[in-house]
Design a protein around this ligand. Sequence first.
Ligand SMILES: Nc1nc2c(ncn2[C@@H]2O[C@H](COP(=O)(O)OP(=O)(O)OP(=O)(O)O)[C@@H](O)[C@H]2O)c(=O)[nH]1
Ligand SMILES: [Mg+2]
Length: 330
Amino acid sequence: MFVDRIKVFAQAGSGGRGSVSFRREKFVPKGGPDGGDGGRGGDIILHADRHTDNLSNLFYEPIIKAKSGGHGMGKKMHGRSAPNKIVKVPVGTIVWPAEHIEHQPIVDLTRDRQEFVLCEGGKGGKGNVHFKSSTNRAPREYTEGEEGEQGHFVLELRTIADAGLIGYPNAGKSTLLRKISAARPKVAAYPFTTLHPIIGVIELSEYKRATIADIPGLIEGAHRGVGLGHEFLRHITRCRIFLFVVDVAGSEGRNPIEDVQQLRKELDLYDKRLSERPWFLVANKMDLPEAAENLRALRKQFSKIEIVAISAAKGEGIDELRKKLANWLE
Ligand SMILES: Nc1nc2c(ncn2[C@@H]2O[C@H](COP(=O)(O)OP(=O)(O)OP(=O)(O)O)[C@@H](O)[C@H]2O)c(=O)[nH]1
Ligand SMILES: [Mg+2]
């Protein structure tokens, strides 16, 4: 299961209560106060982890709680501090307050191993040793531990990748990702084979790598939530460049030029800022009959846009695409 948005309730542990206790020893008739402090409650910590690719662990545990600290004890003994509760989330997780999502995020976890204390555990209370004074030698005062912080939050994943693949269903985006990276998205001859974003890592040179996100195919009306498009467009909002993948052979009876225009429009309607980002064309399915002719028309129509012709299925043009990608990402 792929979960990229979830509401959770988080509650850190409370501090333990301070203790009221008096020394009792043989030959020490009136031992003074010796009640120790309570221990700290556990924090709730979000930990960005690059091996975690979605938020499904929270689907099964939408209520996150850390344990409370132990109470203080006699002989000035402190209560035990509760362990922090560490929750692994994918890199690219944004945390919103549940009341107003998409306003001001609480945190954006963009780096691997980045940590954030979502809810702080309460401090332990003070034991009666702290309340001894010249006028009160046998204090019965203590304080309760502080309550742990708590709140409702929405966690949302916005995939982080250098480049995003955008295209109609069946254009061959996943086939391309399989050829160019070690990622293994499913490929099939029916639309919406890809149901959630998948990231592939591409070796550009010996030292350089790039990440590419394959998202479910877009169709007309995607910005309004038709198909799977809208749900997943936010996963490309962080890409630096976009690769529009088209079936240049028009093998499903569509026109590649219209496809590109429609995809551009959907992106623009979704978020104007995205349509201003650098983009390139990948003309796929060059192995099919109509492709060469359509490619000429495509080049004419989009003369200012760089176009790389490939056959993802046959693995043709992949090396050139890899080289171009390195340039585009410079
Ligand atoms: N002839 C030919 N067929 C291809 C090529 N690339 C992909 N295909 C086929 O096109 C179909 C769709 O490929 P996918 O890679 O699943 O397409 P997609 O864009 O990921 O589709 P969705 O996940 O549904 O959006 C499959 O049957 C592929 O085998 C190509 O270069 N040439
Ligand atoms: Mg796919």
